[in-house]
Design a protein around this ligand. Structure first.
Ligand SMILES: [Mn+2]
Length: 325
């Protein structure tokens, strides 16, 4: 390919080191789609290297995940060729992502996008909304990304959730940096936003937030939702964020009670070799979320009661889990 080569397409270089033959493609439920796009970031650059870094470290994952007692690779995880960035503008890049994600959806796959900057989520949401009329979006992020326009652009990493909310409902968790105008927009429209740290116990804020999600959920995870002390390698780091356990406190009940129709991890920015532990952490996040999503699918087909538990139960189960630790 003509763009800055990352080697992602060389044989054997795939998520979790899993084989990616034509046969594996047919039998896989999940497709990891590397999108090394970076054009509208404004501070620390380098997120175009994130797909390579995350997939590289994913090859060290144990295929058996003891936290969920599952060999997640059995779900079938196919790694697609990376998308070549379209540098003519974020609008054309989101169009391109929409078309690519649409192709995978029409093959019956659950797309897992590895960014790249946050703008790519808009293309994925458009493709999904065209096929899931009841789609909603869960965003984990330090920033609300609700600006109506930014530096003259209507499509950018600073406006992406404003554009998403024009398509479908969205729940935003982890927010701790936003403009006055964004704050006003949230208050005026009574948007379901959980600022971090939350002012109420999770037994209150979590079920309230999740009640705004429909059954078909797309999850967008901006790596900067994590506290900057444990994941400093992002374009716009913010202190006071979520821990690894905090993130699962949200994702686990969502995966158990909803159908995850796709998700992305964006804005990771591996500027130096020292970012390797963070890359591995995000690879593990992706792998485990695939696992939870797959278990929900199996539970639905087996009429497993686990899939029918309410968010309240999920929340108290989590609190018990925390107490036991
Ligand atoms: Mn962010």
């Amino acid at each position: 390919m003509g763009h800055e080569g990352t080697g992602l397409t060389q044989s054997g270089f795939s998520f979790a080191g899993l084989p990616s033959s034509t046969q594996d493609r047919l039998s896989s439920r999940y497709v990891v789609l590397p999108v090394p796009y970076e054009a509208t970031t404004e501070w620390l650059s380098g997120t175009r290297h994130a797909p390579f870094s995350i997939i590289d470290s994913s090859r060290l994952l144990e295929l058996y995940d003891c936290a969920i007692d599952t060999d997640v690779s059995e779900a079938g995880i196919y790694t697609a060729e990376e998308m070549a960035p379209d540098m003519s503008g974020p609008q054309s890049m989101t169009d391109k992502v929409e078309a690519e994600v649409g192709r995978w959806l029409d093959e019956g796959k659950v797309p897992v996008l590895v960014g790249g900057e946050h703008t790519i989520s808009l293309g994925a949401v458009r493709a999904l909304a065209a096929r899931y009329p009841d789609l909603s979006v869960l965003q984990l992020d330090a920033h609300s990304d609700l600006r109506n326009d930014y530096l003259g652009a209507r499509v950018s990493q600073a406006t992406v959730m404003r554009r998403v909310r024009e398509i479908c409902p969205a729940v935003q968790i982890g927010i701790r940096s936003l403009s006055s105008a964004e704050n006003h927009h949230i208050k005026e429209n009574n948007l379901p936003v959980v600022f971090w740290p939350p002012k109420k116990p999770s037994s209150e804020w979590l079920p309230a937030a999740l009640s705004h999600l429909t059954d078909s959920v797309y999850i967008t995870i901006d790596a900067d939702v994590f506290d900057s002390s444990i994941l400093p390698w992002v374009g716009t780091p913010e202190p006071g964020g979520l821990t690894w356990d905090d993130v699962w406190q949200v994702l686990e009940p969502v995966a158990r009670t909803r159908t995850i129709v796709g998700f992305d991890v964006v804005e990771f920015c591996p500027r130096e070799a020292g970012a390797a532990p963070s890359a591995y952490m995000l690879a593990k996040l992706i792998y485990r979320l695939i696992g939870y999503s797959w278990l929900h699918t199996l539970g639905e087909s087996n009429n497993d009661t686990r899939a029918q538990r309410t968010e309240q139960e999920a929340s108290s189960a989590w609190l018990n889990h925390r107490t036991l630790q």
